[in-house]
Design a protein around this ligand. Sequence first.
Ligand SMILES: [Zn+2]
Length: 396
Amino acid sequence: MDQQIMRGRVILKDSIIDDGVIEIEGQFITRVCAATEYEGDLPAPSDSTFLPGLVDVHCHGGGGESFPNATTGEAAMVAVMEHRRHGTTSLVASCVTADADTLKARARTLASLAKQGELAGIHFEGPFVSHARCGAQDPTYIVDPDPDLTRELIELCEGYALSMTLAPEKPRAYGEGSVAEALIDGGALPSWGHTDSTSVYAREALEYSRARFAQSNTSRGPRATITHLFNGMRPLHHRDTGPIAEFLSDAARGGAVAELICDNVHVDPLLVRDVYELVGRDHVVFITDAMAAAGMPDGAYTLGPQDVVVRDGIARLAQGESIAGGTAHLLDCVRVASTLGGIPLVDAVYMASVQGATILGDDRIGCLEAGKFADVVEVDSALNVRRVLRRGTVVE
Ligand SMILES: [Zn+2]
């Protein structure tokens, strides 16, 4: 079998080897150790840093194409490859709020790519979300929670439905006969968000999620996620608290995992650091929420049914001021976290790799260890990509 040896700074789950070696055979990593411990022939020392392939569990597109608009697998693959070339070797495709027929069609297209190993899962953002906090979700297609439609979508995803964003304050969001019940029983996760909830509904939804997961034997999570904490939800005010403090409190107690878009646009990187310090790296996952313009110039794009204009790399709805997804790659979020946010690199990488793998329930990905898939990102000291390996093969 083809053997590859890489040498440089290696980022592990809990530490960094300054001069390390990664040995790969075929699709898998066979050894990771310090260069001084390696018995075989060593390549020359390098100034490269090696990260695990990153895992993004909330992404709508890139390279000019988007999953909510992809009517073919080829179009969706343009977005997949845009992120893969920039270090995201495991990607969850996110849909946006749309009519039921569109969601079903996307589920079929995306499930077929997931079955081929190109996508790690499918996320539905809406349609059971708050009108008041819809952000870039088109209010025309927002409907009340429908457990039957949820079950149908899960079925169409053929085991690859990862999560659905829904608002706790909507009727039948949680409890008996709810969408959350349909998700957890169907092997998927509720992702609470796009919400105008009071603290009461948020807490009940989180408690329900915990209790239902405790009775299930899903390989996912098994924890709820919070869809891009702070974005698309009622802000925190000390006399009108909304859901945010409940989400943070639950995350700190090991309940939910909070998504954060650490792109220096959606959330101040210093607040990202505060959340990381408050709840810890095991309760945060970095996501891009990227749309078609990731890796592309400013201009006009679409996100599902909505027109979007990108200026200075910031995507906003053409009508109104709402931010309409991100334009960063997940590696950019790691860079923002570790430079502007002052988060240790090892933890920034952890929240962009191990955490996504844990949410997916996939123990073959997420870190540089013997036995894992050879998903490796080689970068320079400023975290610019030099080379990406996926399953041991260089990504072109
Ligand atoms: Zn999104």
